[in-house]
Design a protein around this ligand. Structure first.
Ligand SMILES: Cc1cc2nc3c(=O)[nH]c(=O)nc-3n(C[C@H](O)[C@H](O)[C@H](O)COP(=O)(O)OP(=O)(O)OC[C@H]3O[C@@H](n4cnc5c(N)ncnc54)[C@H](O)[C@@H]3O)c2cc1C
Length: 402
């Protein structure tokens, strides 16, 4: 492997250069790790850098919040998966890219050199002065447990706001409400269950979804007495007071941000200060339909952090999962000097939106359906997906590398 000081200019992908760094253990990368465990690319050292040793599976996240799944059921253990694959896992957080010298800069450890880099680090709601973002998940889950304890401890009825009325925000508010109502009912205080309000900037909830699906969820939110305030952006948020752009104010005991994800700020810094990683206008990594960076042939990206130029996909776990297979195939091709192959994402993916109460809504294009059977279907799909990453041989669970 060339040293980090090797002149950068002609160090783009060469067949002889073989350190592949997978940055982030997102939905696309777990598929790559699994594919390379079964059939490793010849002569390649693979390193995974992950901020979290256990990565949440998005499909089960609302079920985890609602109390239907345990942490272990809803998380993929990246460290164990890497051990299974014979891949080195570095538990660290990337804080920058040195694109000129082809190195990933980390918060605690030494820079990690690469010959080929793939980035799947997701996106998080932009931080605001008040409240907490749904991502990163680990601090959110700790906050959620504390909020449950607070709702039980206080004699008052809390008012909780969720900002972001896309599929994630709607699913989240329904899951939060289900869990807290259950806890207070069990404590003999059903009338003290918190109030919930959902805020969205677009004119309706679920912008981008067909009318029938939207109406189904509007009915459910109404039936469950969740206040819906759409059509205005949030202007300011401080000390528990949300103020919309039209001046309407809401005093809230807790605010959870489930707005569309923003890219990590260091990505823009890496781009500008170094050799200019191409980003789309929102700051996501611009890639071709091969998932290769439009500016740096040695860099690939997938999942929420990637923006396929000319073929944008919704930022969702389903699309991130779908990119795993073509990403693995193109990384393999890039490492062996072969031409990359474009992939065509599905135009309409099936969305299964849980309503917290072990029921769900299925949406595909203009078709939709709802009921307990949809939840059972979703649960089966999610558990089957997770079993690919959890049913690993015993040696992967042993506390030493293979
Ligand atoms: C409440 C809610 C419910 C949702 N429900 C669904 C659903 O039912 N179906 C669906 O398809 N989508 C759902 N989504 C959307 C889904 O969560 C995301 O689209 C999906 O997680 C994106 O996957 P990803 O691989 O891009 O990144 P992520 O899943 O976010 O994974 C990113 C990984 O990178 C790691 N990482 C991040 N930064 C760094 C760093 N600097 N250095 C090293 N590692 C890093 C993280 O630890 C994590 O392991 C939901 C979202 C929310 C908020």
């Amino acid at each position: 492997m060339p040293s980090p000081a090797t002149p950068p200019k002609d160090r783009a992908m060469r067949p002889a250069a073989r350190t592949l760094v997978l940055l982030g253990g997102g939905h696309s990368h777990v598929a790559v790790i699994r594919a390379f465990a079964i059939n490793p690319p010849a002569g390649t050292t693979i390193i995974v850098i992950g901020r979290d040793a256990k990565t949440p599976y998005s499909g089960m996240l609302p079920g985890l919040i609602a109390g239907h799944y345990t942490n272990a059921e809803a998380h993929i253990d990246i460290a164990v998966l890497c051990r299974f694959a014979g891949i080195r896992f570095i538990h660290d957080e990337a804080t920058g890219l040195d694109l000129a010298c082809q190195r990933v800069l980390c918060r605690t450890g030494a820079p990690v050199p690469y010959d080929c880099l793939s980035i799947d680090i997701g996106a998080s709601p932009a931080l605001r002065a008040s409240g907490i973002g749904i991502k990163p998940i680990a601090p959110f889950l700790a906050h959620w447990e504390a909020l449950c304890a607070r709702a039980l401890a206080t004699p008052e009825r809390l008012h909780i706001g969720v900002v972001g009325a896309g599929a994630g925000g709607v699913e989240l508010v329904l899951a939060l409400q289900f869990r807290l109502e259950g806890l207070l009912r069990a404590a003999g205080r059903p009338h003290d269950a918190p109030r919930f309000s959902l805020f969205g900037q677009a004119a309706t909830i679920l912008p981008g979804f067909a009318e029938p699906a939207r109406r189904r969820l509007e009915r459910i939110l109404h039936r469950r007495s969740i206040g819906v305030f759409t059509g205005q952006p949030i202007g300011t948020a401080a000390d528990g007071v949300l103020q919309r752009a039209d001046g309407m104010r809401f005093a809230l005991d807790d605010v959870i941000w489930a707005t569309g994800g923003a890219p990590a700020p260091w990505l823009a810094r890496s781009g500008l200060a170094q050799t200019g990683l191409a980003l789309d206008p929102k700051g996501f990594i611009a890639v071709h339909d091969t998932l290769q960076s439009t500016s740096h042939p040695a860099v690939f990206a997938a999942g929420d952090i990637a923006s396929v130029i000319g073929r944008p996909s919704p930022k969702s776990g389903v699309y991130a999962v779908r990119q795993g297979k073509p990403l693995a195939a193109n990384l393999r091709r890039a490492l062996s000097g072969q031409a990359l192959v474009p992939f065509q994402p599905q135009r309409h993916a099936l969305a299964l939106i849980g309503t917290g109460d072990r029921r769900a809504i299925a949406v595909k294009g203009s078709w939709s359906a709802e009921g307990r059977w949809v939840w059972l279907w979703k649960d089966q799909i999610d558990r089957r997906f997770m079993s690919r990453y959890t049913n690993l041989p015993d040696h992967a669970r042993a506390d030493h590398p293979r």
